[in-house]
Design a protein around this ligand. Structure first.
Ligand code: SF4
Length: 643
């Protein structure tokens, strides 16, 4: 039986497990990327592992999210990341060099390789034939340290593209059509694999627009074959040697199939407030607009920008519209400057922003209250723009530019004949904003620059054979990660400062918890059902780790938080008999003996409540791998021990 392209690459990188959908597999990771908002913690975690140099083929750190530098914190983070990279073998893409996914595609992506990135739009790399997956910061740290990356083996969905896009209909309209059909949940547990004759009509940047928004389908990743268009892109980037042809076998068997006739597509828009709330421009009708933002990792390639410049040439942005344009990388911006397209945009009245995420991550350009904003981005959740009642529509660059001129939602097909837009044979390649690491033998000479906001990752020790600790906190049902570790503008800049951020740990439930836990030095938390529901925020495990929490005993856990506790080396335990929850009070002394042997022997551990004088059983329902991780004192120690 033939294999799909995704299966071939996964199999090439398989370390353990069987490739059966739904089962856990471990894969080897060739490349990693981080962005600054998640990168600081990933590098603190990498440092904590004690592995001197990255073991991946290529790891790159990008600065693209927090570029406003309203206080010292972001600038300190950037300096920290830059110096860690230099020392430990990681390439550093400086602020101003561009958005991580755009730059990675241009300068680092290689067909057939695996990439994980601490950013959800890492699947953009599927446009060049990679298995590229968004992951947590700790996963990336572990991969850099040579550790295996574990995923649930996905199902493979075949999307067959037939025909050819009509003039002024764009790659963005392709992925909006997929979202319209499959919804934001349609890709969960799946890889979306594109094939068919229509693939040949799409360039690598267009394919990357499509794989980028596979993240909005909830998919593990999306992938295109690597073909002559891929070769042409790599050749233009002066790295043709990275090309290799890749495709599914003709008799590959897929779990699901979908056919999209490119010729039949029309310009589409995702209406507020979900990327799958897709309608045709005709259905939406004439609508006055206030703002247009062109850019983001979805639509900021040279090809996108050249189309926008063509539409704007010799015209003026409508007086009621604010148009901002953020080219995706220094390379793109440079080439626009060289060929005059930048002057065209400026002349038309566009506000040119730096090559970074900018408005996409709420860093400026919030629309006016109740304002209607057309954006070429990938997400339009309520409030993400920074204006609570802003109405965000996701559209192609062609629709965005055409509308910026008229002040109303405008079908770009009304622009008349479309010229042939082609990528240049050679891009302007100058990697002077990508700082390479020093050679391994010089790493000791590099000082890691830690501003006052950069604090070391909390120490996690191997699991002791016995634990005797007080219950520092007893909470009820449905405790969320927001209760454990709140987010928000005040707290977010503290993400690289675990001692400081932990002052907010459980503060909404009990303001005295932080001081009490620190005074006890080690303690146990007791909770009710569905503990840790909400987000995948790893700080909700790292702050308790810093505060000396050794175990969390609850009625039930939310799955992702439980995994985060294991990664941090904190024992996640559930009551064998839920009634025992009622027999424990805050500050009771709880103890466990022969812990390691009990964990190795089975899934039950006996706990003694020394204050009240009774014993009860708790369950530790984990895989052998997770138990080994706990015994090692968490994922980082486990990886260091096994690297
Ligand atoms: Fe995330 Fe937007 Fe930046 Fe893309 S441009 S990486 S979606 S913040």
């Amino acid at each position: 039986m033939g294999m799909t392209l995704a299966q071939k690459i996964l199999k090439d990188h398989l370390v353990c497990g069987e490739m059966i959908p739904g089962q856990e597999i471990g894969i080897r990771i060739d490349q990693t990327l981080t962005q600054d908002a998640t990168g600081t913690m990933a590098y603190l975690e990498f440092e904590a592992m004690g592995v001197p140099r990255v073991k991946t083929e290529r790891s790159v750190a990008y600065i693209d999210h927090n570029t406003l530098q309203n206080g010292f914190e972001n600038a300190d983070d950037h300096r920290f990341i830059g110096s860690v990279c230099k020392k430990h073998g990681i390439y550093f893409s400086r602020p101003g060099n561009g958005i991580c996914h755009q730059v990675h595609l241009e300068r680092f992506g290689i067909p057939g390789k695996t990439l994980i990135g601490s950013d959800s739009h890492t699947p953009t790399g599927g446009g060049i034939g990679m298995i590229a997956i968004g992951a947590g910061g700790m996963d990336v740290a572990v991969a850099m340290g040579g550790g295996t990356y574990y995923i649930t083996c996905p199902k493979i969905v075949k999307v067959e593209l037939t025909g050819k896009l009509q003039p002024w209909v764009a790659a963005k309209d392709v992925i909006l059509e997929v979202l319209r059909r499959l919804s934001v949940k349609g890709g969960v547990g799946k890889i979306i694999e594109y094939c068919g004759e229509g693939v040949k009509t799409l360039s690598v940047p267009e394919r990357a627009t499509i794989t980028n928004m596979g993240a909005e389908l909830g998919a593990t990743t999306s992938i295109f074959p690597s073909d002559e268009n891929t070769r042409a892109f790599l050749k233009a980037q002066q790295r043709e040697e990275d090309y290799r042809p890749l495709a599914a076998d003709p008799d590959a068997v897929y779990d699901e199939e979908l056919v999209i006739d490119l010729s039949a597509l029309v310009p589409l828009a995702a209406c507020p407030h979900s990327p799958d709330n897709v309608k045709s421009l005709d259905e939406i009708g004439s609508m006055k607009i206030d703002q247009v933002c062109i850019g983001s990792c979805t639509n900021s390639s040279l090809l996108d920008m050249l189309k926008v410049a063509h539409i704007l040439k010799g015209k003026t942005v409508h007086p009621d519209v604010s148009l901002s344009i953020a080219p995706g990388s220094k390379q793109v911006l440079n080439m626009l400057a060289e060929n005059g397209a930048l002057a065209v945009m400026i002349d038309a009245g566009a506000r040119i922003l730096e090559s970074a995420c900018g408005p996409c991550i709420g860093m400026g350009q919030s629309p006016n209250s109740g304002g209607i904003s057309l954006r070429t981005f990938n997400r339009n959740f309520e409030g993400r723009s920074g204006t609570k009642d802003g109405q965000i529509y996701l559209v192609s660059p062609e629709t965005a530019a055409a509308s910026a001129l008229t002040g109303v939602l405008t079908d770009p097909r009304t622009l008349g004949e479309m010229p042939e837009f082609a990528l240049p044979d050679v891009f302007t390649v100058r990697d002077n904003m990508i700082v390479p690491p020093v050679p391994a033998e010089e790493m000791d000479s590099v000082e890691v620059l830690r501003g006052p906001n950069i604090k070391p990752f909390p120490v996690s020790e191997a699991l002791p054979d016995s634990i005797s600790a007080k219950c520092s906190l007893k909470v009820g049902d449905n405790i969320t990660t927001d209760h454990i570790m709140p987010a928000g503008a005040k707290i977010l800049p503290l993400r690289s400062n675990i001692p400081k951020i932990s002052e907010y740990c459980f503060a909404v439930c009990d303001e005295s918890f932080h001081d009490r836990a620190l005074e006890l030095k080690q303690s146990i938390i007791v909770g009710g059902s569905n503990y840790g529901q909400g987000s995948s925020r790893e700080h909700a495990a790292l702050a308790p780790l810093y505060l000396g929490v050794k175990a969390v005993i609850v009625k039930s856990f939310a799955r992702i938080h439980m995994a985060n506790l294991v990664n941090a080396g904190i024992l996640p335990m559930t009551f064998a008999d839920e009634k025992d929850y009622d027999r424990i009070d805050q500050m009771d002394e709880l103890s466990m003996e022969n812990l390691i042997q009990q964990l190795k022997d089975g899934d039950t551990v006996t706990v003694t409540n020394r204050t009240k004088g009774f014993r009860f059983d708790v369950n530790v329902s984990l895989s052998d791998r997770q138990k080994d991780m706990l015994i090692a004192g968490g994922l980082l120690n486990y990886t260091r021990n096994n690297a």
